[in-house]
Design a protein around this ligand. Structure first.
Ligand code: AHM
Ligand code: MG
Length: 331
């Protein structure tokens, strides 16, 4: 069979199921092009002068890496002219970015973390780009309030993973598809038409160095996993923590597992580390579409009504059995 490129897959889906409007398809193709370009810069590393930090801080008060800034620019430039978007928002920009007057305004909103896992850039460990697409409900110029929609209203979401392979993982609410970049033809080729997370797992991902700051339900849950075969779970668990959410989630979509960045008591102003709108929501959409679950402890991530563009949430996602158990411990 001839290879199924991203373009062909999206056109055929639109034809067969009528579930991907053409301007949404073109928008996603624009995002995919931007990811290829970011992937190129990531691959250049020291040769491209892209490693190391900028002198700047983002709205979260984090020092920006050069690649954070480069990736943000690429996402803006690749996506603002297409005519499919009303506005964009990014982890690296305090305010939303309305489409400049010189371009036509479309009906979608794009949110993204242009370069996720920034602490891994300089050490040559996998990193990624995460994105989420919402509809723009009104015809007037969008404001931050226009973005304040719960995650279940996303019409598409995905990530690009810059690892040994460059992988693009997408959902339009009809399962999860993975595409691998063919580095010779520079096109994304469908390599997994339906990613599925096994219901049960024996692998967990959490930053153990924060253990003393966790709340009792997470303390209990992790204690029980670590107790292994002789503990209440009666099996041995394995641990992985890459420190790039994209990579940790990709592993879970590929072979199962559970990922936690829970609420902790380190900083009263931060209810978790990860950001709802461009990290937790798109990942929760993908995980649910692959048969898993995603909660903040008590509530389904996709049902959280956002109140701020850069708000943080605790995140627990992955194999159903584990997330259900976490929910029961928090109840
Ligand atoms: P970033 O968007 O600034 O890169 O931060 C998000 C990342 C996630 O990819 C990852 O899961 C987490 O931060 C790791 O945090 P920690 O360094 O506390 O383990
Ligand atoms: Mg991030």
């Amino acid at each position: 069979m001839s290879r199924m490129t991203l373009t062909r897959y999206l056109i055929e889906q639109q034809r067969e199921n009528d579930n991907i409007p053409s301007d949404l398809r073109l928008l996603i193709e624009g995002v995919a092009r931007a990811c290829k370009e970011i992937g190129h810069h990531v691959g250049q590393g020291a040769l491209g002068g892209v490693l190391g930090s900028n002198e700047t801080e983002n709205v979260q008060g984090e020092t920006q890496k050069k690649l954070d800034v480069i990736s943000n620019e690429i996402m803006l430039e690749a996506n603002e002219w297409g005519g499919h978007l009303a506005a964009l928002a990014s982890e690296e920009m305090e305010l939303i970015h309305p489409i400049p007057d010189r371009y036509p305004r479309g009906k979608y909103l794009l949110l993204f973390d242009p370069l996720d896992g920034s602490s891994n850039i300089d050490v040559n460990v996998s990193i990624g780009t995460i994105f989420s697409v919402l509809e723009c409900p009104d015809a007037g110029p969008p404001t931050e309030a226009t973005f304040m929609q719960a995650g279940h209203r996303q019409v598409a979401a995905g990530y690009a993973l810059y690892g040994p392979q460059i992988t693009l993982v997408l959902t339009f609410g009809n399962g999860v598809q993975a595409f691998t970049l063919d580095r010779e033809t520079f096109s994304f080729v469908l390599t997994n038409e339906r990613m599925q997370i096994p219901e049960a797992t024996a692998e967990f991902a959490i930053n153990m160095s924060n253990q003393r700051h966790w709340q009792p339900p997470v303390q209990r849950y992790i204690d029980e996993l670590i107790a292994g075969k002789t503990g209440p779970r009666h099996k041995d668990y394995n641990m992985r923590w890459v420190g790039s959410m994209v990579t940790d989630v990709h592993r879970i979509l590929t072979r199962g597992g559970v990922f936690l960045y829970p609420f902790d008591t380190r900083d009263a102003t931060k209810p978790g580390k990860l950001r709802l709108m461009y990290e937790a929501n798109p990942m929760a959409f993908l995980v649910e579409q692959a048969g898993g679950e995603a909660i903040d402890g008590k509530v389904r991530i996709l049902d959280i009504q956002p109140s701020q563009l850069h708000q943080r949430v605790p995140v627990m996602l992955g194999s159903k059995e584990e997330v259900e158990r976490l929910k029961s411990y928090h109840a």
